[in-house]
Each structure stands twice: as C-alpha cells, then as structure tokens.
Design a protein around this ligand. Structure first.
Ligand SMILES: C[S@@+](CC[C@H](N)C(=O)[O-])C[C@H]1O[C@@H](n2cnc3c(N)ncnc32)[C@H](O)[C@@H]1O
Length: 347
C-alpha cells in the first residue's frame, strides 16, 4: 500500500534543469574537494596564463602544458560551470573574470589555492580527530605543529607567506587608513610576515619607525621587499611566545586567530610587557558575526581548528583574551575591508 507520501515534483531551475533535491545538494557539497583540487591543477599547468590572450582549443592548451588533452578537457569541463572558464564552442575554452584572478601576472588567490590544497588539504582528512580531541589534525598527520613544520620546509613557508599576501585583498591598506597613528613613534608588526601592513602604515606615517617581528622565514622575505618598501624598519627574527620588541603601538594582523586561547593570550601578554603605559595594541582580525548567515570566516574557523589549532572569534571572545593578558578592549574600528581593528590599552 502507498505510504501516502507523494514525492514533491521538482520545479525547473537554471537552464531548464530541475532544482536539485536535498540529497543531490548534499552530494554536491561533498564533491567540493574535486573543484578545489581541479583549480590547483589548472594553476600548476598555467592554463589561466595560456588563456590570457584569448580562447584556445583544449588540444592547444594540452600541448603547451605538456599534458594529455583528454583528462585536461575533463578537468576544464568541471570548472567551466563553476564560472572559471567558458566553453566557447566544443573543446574550446576562454577565461572568465573569475578565472582571470588565477593568472600569474596579477595579485589574486592563486597562491592561496595552491597552499590550501597542499598540507591543509591532507590535514583535513583527519578533521574528525580535531572535533574529537580539540587538537589540530595537522599535528597528527605531519608530526609537528603547522608553524614548526613550515620552519623546516622553506619552499612551503614561502608559498604560505605569498598566500597570506593574496588573502589580504586590500585589507592592509584598509587597516592602515582606518587608524590614526599620529601620536605614536614606533610601530611593531608582530607576526608581520612579508611586511605588507607595516609597509602601508609607514608609507602613510613618515613620523613612525617600524619593527617587523616574525620567525626567520617571515623576516627574510620582508627584508627582500616581498611585501613592499620598509623604510625606517628594524627586522627582528624572534619567537613571540618568548617576547617581542619595544614600541608604543603594536599591530597584530591575522595572527591571534592562529592560536588557542592560552597561546593567543601569551602573545598579547608579551606585547603588554614590552609596551609603555600609553601604548596600544591593535589586533586586526575578521570578527565572527552572530547567526547563521553565510560568511567565509566560518570556513576559515574550521581550517584553523584542523590546521593550526586556532579559532576565529567574536568581539566578546577577543575582549576576554585581552582581559586575560592585562589589556582592556577600548573600541572596535571597522574598515572598508572585511577586517576590524580591536584597540586595547593596558588595563
Ligand atoms: C597568518 S600569518 C599572518 C601574517 C601577516 N600578519 C598578515 O596579515 O599577512 C601568521 C604569521 O605569524 C608568524 N609566526 C608564527 N609563529 C610565530 C612565532 N612563534 N613567533 C613569531 N612569528 C610567528 C608566521 O611566520 C606568519 O608570518
């Protein structure tokens, strides 16, 4: 006998195709890894660069990239409906505006895609371990914490730093513009990486001197100008858990989110110990909004869980961190980019 449950008819969707059922939608979510790795493949083969001057047949592209045409076609056919390429006519592809962001001659998420699909991708296979234990899957898979591992793998560390530059997408300039550095003399960029933020701050504030503080790998690239000009700057290779350089204004951008509360608090305490009473700490991070609106920061949060053991936080969570480090959250300053400045003073 019929159960009385009539399957709902699917209404036509885009291009006259039926809107997918819940189970089809779940399957599509589950295939996310395929799109991510396919993006990495076309980047490694330089396909976006080959298409920069116009469309090409997949045979031409395969010959130029020295790969087999048929599997390349299948990978590009996967990425075309995702908006990366257009199939102009059968087996001929062109680059879309989205795909053009993967070209090597312009800033874009290219290095981020390569970086996230390497160690982070492998660590994610053990995400369940992180959820069970609260500990980073990365450590289980690679045998050491993320930043220790990067220190021992200079090529991957360099890729990581370039990916950070790509991820910033105007965030450094936005932070430098949003804060009045007028009354300070020496800015310390803690975990400053390539030095893009410090470069933007120093360019706008000729009265300031700067300190780029990072692990040896970060400092080396910054010294060579990887993140822009760094005049009036001391380059200090050190461990921010041990102590940081002296200055009266500290900037810490996208660093605190790498660490659990105990470690994050320790970094902030090291700043508090080094600064004068009129000094300030500026933590630049993306705040997790309340509710279930889609927001990329929620993805990054789970990446932090699996890879570094860190987390993305709400304003209240940052206020608690500051309090634990002998600091007081004074105000939150929005910027034109999806990143906020949390200003703290000695408590
Ligand atoms: C997510 S990156 C952020 C870089 C930069 N602030 C930005 O916004 O692009 C974190 C930085 O912290 C640095 N770092 C990690 N552990 C460190 C440590 N123990 N001492 C100093 N720097 C460290 C890394 O080398 C890296 O440059």
């Amino acid at each position: 006998m019929a159960s009385g449950h009539t399957p709902r008819k699917l209404s036509p969707g885009r291009r006259g195709k039926p809107v997918s059922s819940p189970s089809q939608q779940v399957v599509r979510l589950g295939f996310g890894f395929a799109v991510s790795q396919a993006l990495r493949v076309v980047i490694e083969l330089g396909i976006p660069d080959l298409l920069a001057s116009g469309g090409h047949s997949v045979e031409d592209l395969a010959a130029a990239a020295k790969v087999d045409a048929e599997p390349l076609y299948r990978v590009m056919r996967l990425l075309a409906p995702e908006g990366v390429f257009t199939e102009i006519r059968p087996r001929h592809f062109g680059l879309t505006e989205v795909g053009a962001a993967l070209r090597s001659d312009r800033p874009g998420p290219r290095d981020f895609i390569r970086m996230i699909n390497s160690e982070a991708y492998l660590a994610f296979e053990q995400l369940l371990h992180s959820v069970r234990t609260g500990k980073p899957a990365f450590d289980k898979v690679f045998g050491s914490p993320r930043f220790d591992w990067l220190s021992a793998h200079p090529e991957q560390a360099a890729l990581f730093q370039r990916a950070m530059v790509a991820l910033s997408q105007g965030g450094n300039e936005a932070v430098a513009d949003a804060y009045d550095f007028g009354r300070y003399t020496r800015v310390v960029d803690v975990g400053g990486g390539h030095g893009q933020l410090l470069s933007a701050i120093l360019a706008r504030n000729p009265h300031l001197s700067g300190v780029l503080f990072d692990l040896p790998s970060g400092v080396a690239a910054a010294r060579q100008g990887a993140g822009g000009d760094l005049p009036r700057t001391d380059f200090v290779a050190g461990d921010f858990f041990e102590g940081v350089s002296v200055g009266d204004i500290y900037v810490i951008k996208r660093v605190i989110h790498d660490w659990d509360d105990e470690r994050a608090e320790l970094i902030l305490r090291r700043c508090r110990e080094a600064m004068p009473t009129h000094g300030r700490v500026l933590v630049a991070e993306t705040l997790v909004p309340p509710g279930d609106e889609p927001d990329q920061i929620k993805t990054l949060d789970v990446v932090m869980l699996a890879v570094t053991g860190g987390l993305e936080r709400t304003e209240a969570q940052y206020a608690r961190l500051f309090a634990g480090a002998g600091l007081k959250l004074e105000r939150v300053i929005g910027t034109r980019a999806p990143i906020s400045i949390l200003e703290a003073s000695p408590a």
